[in-house]
Design a binder for this molecule. Structure first.
Ligand code: FE2
Ligand code: FE2
Length: 324
């Protein structure tokens, strides 16, 4: 069977073989009950990420260990089903000639366009007037040290914005949602400025927490410390380099970063203590939730069922006809 993209694989194809060129973004070696080693592999192209089993790990360890996240891999595989989910079993794989492969076919990216996202970010930056807050954003975002990473990094490993420029797109969404609420509720210019700063920086540390695409997963620093602590820690370090940074602005911005998950049980060490911080939290949640629903439905648009499977972070399934 020939497929154009991984998203073309549906339940209709169960027990059929297919060939594809993919990136391998994660490999976990496991042992079955009888002690035989196998690999759980995440394969991806620009359309989808899927889990796959590779039972022939033993004897092919050397090849598996030689795979880099940016190597296009040609696979022969079969489509199966396990616990009501599609499961891919890889029968054979080899490195594809990377000169013949267009990498943009293999890595999902934001469809918003980097240039227009940069314009959007600058639109909000231009609304700022206070020199010490502008300097903080200049140092942490519009500097050679960070801009490339900030504008290309994903915002999540799975669930939402897990694509090239995902952090950029997510930040811009949160800025737009938050700004709308702040102006509707007539917050002061200073409050709006703080909201812009804390929003731009709330997930900044994802550039440290996640590996750069096409690798997926957490860095050691990310696993040990997480983006909430890392964000506040790095922001405070840079604030300390800025002369006469207003003490109240400092506390409010740091509280916004630390509390953006909104609840202690979701990983925030403190609760939102200002209106700006609460707006940030709710805008952040809206951006993540809506993106996760949209991409979940899109992932399953080729399946015949009227409803999707259950989206775990939202606790329900979705009516696909509603997308039309
Ligand atoms: Fe976050
Ligand atoms: Fe976020």
């Amino acid at each position: 069977m020939s497929i154009q993209q991984l998203k073309d694989i549906t339940k209709e194809y169960i027990s059929q073989n297919f060939e594809a060129i993919v990136l391998i973004s994660d490999i976990k070696v496991k042992a079955s009950r009888n002690g035989k080693k196998y690999a759980d592999i995440i394969i991806q192209d620009s359309s989808k990420m899927m889990e796959a089993k590779y039972w022939d790990y033993e004897g092919n360890e050397e090849f598996i260990n030689s795979i880099n996240p940016e190597d296009p891999i040609s696979i022969k595989a079969v489509v199966g089903e396990y616990k009501d989910q599609l499961q891919i079993t890889i029968r054979d794989m080899k490195k594809a000639n990377s000169e013949e492969v267009n990498m943009s076919d293999l890595i999902p990216a934001s469809t918003w366009g980097v240039d227009s996202m940069e314009k959007g970010l600058r639109y909000f930056y231009e609304k700022m007037k206070t020199p010490h807050m502008k300097e903080l954003i200049d140092k942490m975002i519009f500097s050679n040290d960070y801009f490339k990473k900030y504008s290309t990094h994903p915002a999540a490993r799975q669930v939402h914005h897990n694509f090239y420029h995902g952090l950029f797109q997510h930040t811009l969404e949160v800025l737009k949602f938050g700004y709308t609420v702040a102006t509707t509720k007539k917050l002061s210019d200073r409050q709006i400025e703080r909201l812009i700063v804390m929003t731009m920086l709330h997930d900044w540390a994802k550039i440290l927490e996640y590996k750069s695409l096409p690798s997926v997963g957490f860095t050691e620093e990310g696993t040990m410390l997480g983006h909430i602590f890392l964000g506040a820690h790095n922001t405070l370090n840079i604030i300390n380099e800025i002369e006469n940074f207003d003490e109240d602005d400092k506390l409010i911005i740091l509280n916004g970063i630390l509390s953006h998950h909104g609840h202690l049980e979701f990983g925030s060490p403190v609760l939102p203590k200002t209106i700006e911080a609460q707006i940030l939290h709710q805008s952040d949640k809206m951006s993540g939730d809506i993106e996760s629903i949209q991409s979940f439905i899109k992932d399953q648009e080729n399946e015949e069922d009227v409803f999707t499977t259950k989206l775990w972070n939202m606790g329900t399934d979705y009516y696909k006809k509603g997308m039309k």
